[in-house]
Design a protein around this ligand. Structure first.
Ligand SMILES: Cc1cc2nc3c(=O)[nH]c(=O)nc-3n(C[C@H](O)[C@H](O)[C@H](O)COP(=O)(O)O)c2cc1C
Ligand SMILES: O=C(O)C(=O)c1ccccc1
Length: 386
């Protein structure tokens, strides 16, 4: 429970110091000026003509809140309960690969920020640092492991086992990236972080993976990763097999169709992440917030639903929670914070998002995340909504 009269959440940002970018547009601008076009374009862009990227934002912009007043909002409970643990905020770090591209400390810095803020950290398969290194850097952070299936499924099982051994508490199987989306900005910039080796962390020290390589040269690692990471054969049989091979809860990330959410439940999956991969995979896809209501309906509270893709401010988080998400995951905003100021930059971005969310819950007339479900939302024209 946070007493939101403790200190003014906005005025603490108005100090004599040089300001840190306060919103997503300012963050993106600052990072564009700081880092090279290749990595910046890789992070910022969406697939194809970027319709999905625009759909994500449009979906949030379409909804408006009809607030309630006179409801004593001096205490706001922002905590959420996920897989047996309580967290102070409904935020998570979405899995983002290859963080070494923007900061030398890469995932270590992000996991340390996650530990400091008590926000669950989802580490990517294609991270610059190995999951064991992240576990050592942030031993008390809640860590989940995002798994990319592998053409050699023994590698996938090996990584899942290593994650369990290292204290990770869930496996997030991403289902929307069986191959890379059509990313034109990377062609323009002639940029591939995979080819530059930024994704080696979890592969370099995997005994099953390294045993398949002809030698231990840099080129062999990179070629090995490229041969393994894309996995178009992925199907529900693999999901059932994974379930047998791990004791950890399994979430599926990238679910957009209510029927797939239903299949997930039928296959004993423990949670889903409604996501279109931040518009980076298939272009012309439904905005993730637009996909949420139908999924909330079929899931009907049976398993937790996390939403990502386009959550760039506290009000976006509020709308997703009001529409029935249990929590939201943040992608690009924290990567920009990392690029600007390492661990501290990540903490600043997440804290601003959280502070805006807290103020917004209260100003909407709610006093808890659950209470947001009772808040009225209307679509742009004021007709539809919830
Ligand atoms: C640079 C970058 C790398 C990403 N790498 C992964 C990844 O390795 N695994 C994964 O499941 N999702 C990955 N994602 C997708 C994120 O987990 C998340 O779905 C997306 O960023 C959410 O959208 P947002 O950036 O609009 O918040 C990546 C996203 C970005 C921007
Ligand atoms: O860039 C991405 O969005 C991503 O998820 C990915 C997937 C496989 C290899 C490299 C990056």
């Amino acid at each position: 429970m946070t007493n939101i009269t403790d200190g003014d959440l906005l005025l603490k940002n108005i100090t004599a110091q040089a300001p840190f970018p306060i919103c997503f547009a300012d963050l993106e601008k600052a990072v564009a000026e700081k880092i090279e076009a290749g990595p910046f374009g890789y992070i910022r862009s969406g697939a194809g003509g970027e319709q999905t990227l625009r759909n994500n934002r449009a979906a949030f912009e379409k909804y408006s809140i009809v607030p309630r007043f006179l409801n004593d909002v001096s205490n706001v409970d922002t905590s959420v309960h996920l897989f047996g643990k309580t967290y102070p905020t409904p935020l998570l770090f979405a899995p983002v690969g290859m963080n070494g591209m923007v900061h030398d400390e890469g995932e270590l810095a992000v996991a340390r920020a996650a530990q400091f803020l008590n926000i669950p950290y989802i580490q990517s398969t294609v991270s610059t640092f190995a999951l064991e290194e992240v576990a050592q850097a942030a031993p008390s952070a809640t860590k989940w492991f995002q798994l990319y299936w592998s053409t050699n499924e023994e590698i996938a099982f090996s990584m899942a086992a290593r994650a369990e051994e290292a204290g990770f508490e869930a496996i997030v199987l991403t289902v929307d990236t069986v191959m890379l989306g059509w990313r034109e900005e990377d062609v323009r910039n002639q940029f591939s972080p995979l080819k530059l080796g930024y994704a080696r962390g979890n592969y370099m020290n995997d005994p099953v993976f390294t045993a398949t390589l002809p030698d231990d040269s840099f080129e062999s690692y990179v070629q090995g990763v490229l041969q393994n990471v894309f996995h178009p054969t992925l199907n529900w049989e693999h999901v059932r097999e994974l379930k047998k091979r791990t004791n950890l809860p399994i979430l599926l990330k990238g679910i957009l169709h209510p029927e797939d959410a239903k299949h997930a439940i039928d296959n004993g999956i423990d949670g889903i992440i409604v996501s279109n991969h931040g518009g980076r995979q298939l272009d012309g896809v439904i905005g993730s917030l637009d996909a949420l209501p139908a999924i909330v309906k079929v899931v009907n509270g049976q398993i937790p639903i996390i939403l990502d893709s386009g959550v760039y401010r506290g009000m976006d988080a509020l709308k997703a929670l009001a529409l029935g998400a249990n929590a939201v995951a943040i992608g690009r905003p924290f990567v920009y914070g990392l690029a600007l100021e390492g661990q501290q930059g990540v903490e600043k971005v997440m804290t601003n998002l959280y502070d805006e969310l807290k103020v917004s819950i209260a100003l909407a007339g709610a006093t808890s995340v659950k209470g947001l479900r009772n808040i009225t939302l209307v679509k742009q024209d004021g007709t539809e909504g919830k």
